[in-house]
Structure formats: C-alpha cells, structure tokens
Design a protein around this ligand. Structure first.
Ligand SMILES: Nc1nc2c(ncn2[C@@H]2O[C@H](COP(=O)(O)OP(=O)(O)OP(=O)(O)O)[C@@H](O)[C@H]2O)c(=O)[nH]1
Ligand SMILES: [Zn+2]
Length: 349
C-alpha cells in the first residue's frame, strides 16, 4: 500500500472543483486551526477586517481577499486561505494592462443602483446588469432618488428601466420614504448577502444606511436640487442588517470592464438573445438579413434600436478582451518554450 504523501507534497488543487472536493475529502481534512472561517468585512492594503464573535478584528493578509470572503486563519493569526466562493463580482480594470479585480464575494443579490430618470442613458445600467448576471448571484435594479423625478415621469421612467432589465425586479426607492426600502429588506432577510454597485453618487450608501436604519456608512447630506453628493466610499464594507442579512457597499464604479462575461451579457440582453435564436440565419448580424427577428421586433417598436447597438458594443468589447487574453496566453506559452529549450540545450551557457 502506498504511504500517504506528507502534506508538503500533496499537489495543490488546480481548480475550484478540485479544491471543493479536497475540502470535503477526509484525506485532506483541514488542520484544526482552519476549522473556523470568518467573514471579511473590509479590505485594506495588506490587511483585512474580519467579523469574529468578539467583534471586528484586523488581521494581516498576503493573499488577495475580497469583501464577503470567508477567510481561514493560520496559527499566527494571518489569513492563510479563503473558502471557495459561491459567487463573485469580477470586473476588469480598464487602462493599459487589463487586471481583473474581485469587488465582492459570496453574494446572493447584486443590486445595481441608478437614479430614476426619464430617457436616462441606460448603457451603464445594462453593463452593470451584465456584470451582475455574470456574478452568478440574482441581479436587482434599484431605481434610486425617485423623489427627484417629476411625478409624471416616474411611470414612463420605470418602464424604460424595466425594458433595460429583462428578468430583473425593479424596485423604486427614496430616502424620503423609508418604507420604499421594504421590498429590498424582505429579499435579504434572514441571512442573504446583497451588494450595491453603481456609479458614484447613485445612492448606494444612502440605500444601505436606510436599510440599516442608522448612519453606518458616511454619506453626503441630501441635497434637494441636484442630488449630487460629497461622500465617496473609501473602502468596500460589509454590514449586518438588524433584521438579518448582510449588505456590502462598493466604491462608485467609473469604468467597468467586462471579462469572461459572455453569459452575463446574453442574460442582460435576454430579449435580444431570445429573438436572435429565431432569426433565419444562425449568424444573423441583425442588419438587413432576410428573416431577422430582431429587426422585426425593432420595427414593431418592441425593442429600442439603441439597445441593440449597446448590445453589439458589449459583444465587440468581449471579443476584443478574448483576443487580448489569447494573445497574452500565446506570448507566455512562447516564453515558456523558449526557456525550456534553452534549459535542455547543454551546448548553451
Ligand atoms: N433627494 C434624494 N437624494 C438622495 C437620495 N439617495 C441619495 N441621495 C443623495 O445623493 C448623493 C449621493 O448618495 P450616496 O449614497 O453617497 O451615493 P453613492 O452611490 O454611495 O456614492 P459613492 O459613495 O460616491 O459611490 C448624496 O448627497 C445623497 O444624500 C434620495 O432618495 N433622494
Ligand atoms: Zn437577426
């Protein structure tokens, strides 16, 4: 019978499913110190704050953790690992080299927050909904600051929001009437986790404060005229709701790059995706092809032409990112082979 490998020789799991299997397999039983995991409530540069039975505790970490992670501590009190994530919001920082960033983990609901306005530019909302769908959690669209919307515009604006969010609940809220938050509260209790995402000033912190019923997170004072705030969230933070459930605030998202989110985009544009399946040609570009079900729906006024254009734009962006990652993977592979062949050639110094 082969001797069991000493721990240091157990090969590291290569993907999450293996890791999960390893966690549940008795041979890989975790050391005693791993037995309790603590929720990450805040992430700082080289440390994070954990919720422990004795209150918040700041611990050093050398591994990348996200708010909402369940962190495992080693005997020295350092973060030594995280439990596999059930869901996560990943975005691509835009700019020079694309870097993926996990905004929050282990979420049940991703609440996209946007001020309710008639004829709002909905591209950003649709993009954030794609990010929300891609996370694996349930997306929600929170239409904020409805007190600033003219009463006669509320109905039409809500239908426009609804059309931008097929399959997603739209909840109109205002801080001037806290009962408007009840539907959101009901979704979270007793133990679900909601993360609020949206542009700076969208009303995320105000929503969370309203739900918590105190001033857990600082926000600017309500300004009747322009609805713009002074406060900018400095860190992502998880708070517990008195009636049960957890809320995560995120900093205002200026540029949100999508990566590996093809399914998220398909889900966010489910109306177009479903119609496209009925086009005569499976590779229909929805331009002037005969038998195009998407164009027919636009002509009937069922789908906004701008929405089709925004969908195209996101798909082009995904295709570009995929090519970029492919190119990077190819270049790394070439370097690896160059190194291997150098090492295997004894004639070379
Ligand atoms: N009139 C009105 N103002 C609101 C409402 N909700 C938020 N505001 C104001 O809008 C501004 C921005 O709100 P925040 O909650 O700070 O927005 P945020 O999305 O957290 O912004 P960042 O932290 O910068 O990402 C603040 O001045 C709020 O007081 C609302 O329902 N009605
Ligand atoms: Zn078509």
């Amino acid at each position: 019978m082969p001797l069991p490998l000493p721990p240091a020789l157990v090969p590291p799991p290569t993907d999450l499913s293996l890791f999960r299997a390893a966690l549940s397999h008795s041979e890989f039983a975790l050391p005693h110190s791993y037995s309790s995991a603590h929720r990450v409530v805040r992430v700082e540069r080289k440390s994070c704050v954990l919720a422990t039975p004795d209150g918040p505790r700041t611990v050093p970490t050398t591994i990348g953790v996200a708010v909402g992670d369940w962190a495992l501590l080693d005997d020295a009190g350092q973060v030594s690992g995280i439990q596999p994530r059930s869901t996560e919001i990943r975005r691509l920082g835009v700019g020079g080299r694309a870097v993926e960033q996990v905004l929050a983990a282990n979420l049940d609901i991703v609440a996209v927050c946007a001020p309710l306005e008639r004829d709002a530019r909905l591209g950003r909302v649709e993009r954030l909904l794609a990010l929300a769908w891609a996370s694996g959690a349930q997306p929600l669209l929170v239409a904020t600051k409805i007190d600033l919307c003219r009463p006669e515009d509320v109905g039409p604006a809500l239908s426009q929001f609804g059309a931008a969010a097929p399959g997603v609940d739209v909840v109109p809220v205002t801080v001037t009437d806290l009962t408007s938050l009840d539907p959101v509260r009901a979704m979270i209790a007793p133990d679900r986790t909601l993360v609020a995402i949206g542009a700076s000033g969208a009303g995320k912190s105000t929503l969370i404060n309203g739900l918590v019923g105190g001033m857990e997170l600082a926000t600017g004072a309500v300004r009747e005229s322009d609805g713009k705030g002074r406060h900018t969230t400095a860190w992502r933070e998880l708070v517990e709701l008195p009636g049960g459930g957890y809320l995560i605030d995120t900093p205002g998202l200026r540029a949100v790059g999508l990566s590996d989110a093809a399914e998220g985009v398909d889900a966010a544009y489910a109306d177009i995706t479903d119609l496209a399946a009925q086009c005569r040609f499976s590779d229909c570009g929805h331009e002037s092809e005969p038998g195009c079900a998407v164009r027919a729906a636009i002509e009937r006024g069922e789908i906004d032409a701008g929405r089709l254009e925004r969908h195209r734009k996101l798909q082009r962006e995904l295709a570009f990112q995929a090519r970029r990652f492919d190119a990077r993977a190819r270049s790394e592979e070439r370097k690896r082979w160059a190194k291997l062949s150098r090492n295997s050639n004894p004639a070379r110094p």
